[in-house]
Design a protein around this ligand. Structure first.
Ligand code: 5GP
Ligand code: ZN
Length: 141
């Protein structure tokens, strides 16, 4: 499994720096975000060091994500929130700051302080078909 001695999340996996861990197994760690968007904000990370989601082997991501439903349920039960956002940022432009794959599990309530812009668009004629075909080809490679 990949590790990076300079990575803050690898240090959390190894136990070299403290974290409020809510779950740890061979594949992953889940712990409280140190600067929560909302109280109870949890991060789920793979034990291996991969910068972005497209780099992690499918079996390692699967072993991590099998914990996601129980973690979402635990966040809901403990914070008594009405909803949950699961967010996963890849690349600086997408607001990734820590270069080790992580999933944010964020409790949501009406009127809370977390907002994001969702500029829903519309495809010009033919463009959706073009993109679908290109992605199908890419996946077949
Ligand atoms: P990103 O913007 O990369 O998707 O999110 C990184 C998250 O990691 C941020 O929400 C930040 O608060 C959290 N974080 C960064 N360093 C630490 C740390 O040392 N411990 C914990 N628990 N969370 C951290
Ligand atoms: Zn790492």
């Amino acid at each position: 499994m990949e590790t990076d001695p300079n990575c803050i999340f690898c240090k959390i996996v190894a136990g070299d720096i403290p974290a409020s861990k809510v779950h740890q197994d061979d594949a992953c760690v889940a712990f409280l975000d140190i600067a929560p968007l909302i109280e109870g904000h949890v991060l789920l990370i793979p034990a291996g060091h991969y910068e972005t989601l497209d780099q992690i082997p499918p079996d390692e991501v699967a072993a991590m994500l099998k914990n996601l439903p129980a973690l979402v349920a635990a966040v809901k039960a403990v914070t008594n929130c009405q909803g949950v956002n699961v967010l996963q940022n890849n690349g600086r432009v997408a607001h990734q700051v820590v270069p080790h794959v992580h999933f944010h599990i964020i409790p949501r309530n009406p009127g809370d302080e977390f907002h994001f812009n969702w500029p829903a668009g519309i495809y010009p004629q033919g463009r959706a078909e073009q993109l679908t075909e290109a992605m199908r080809k890419q996946l077949a490679e």
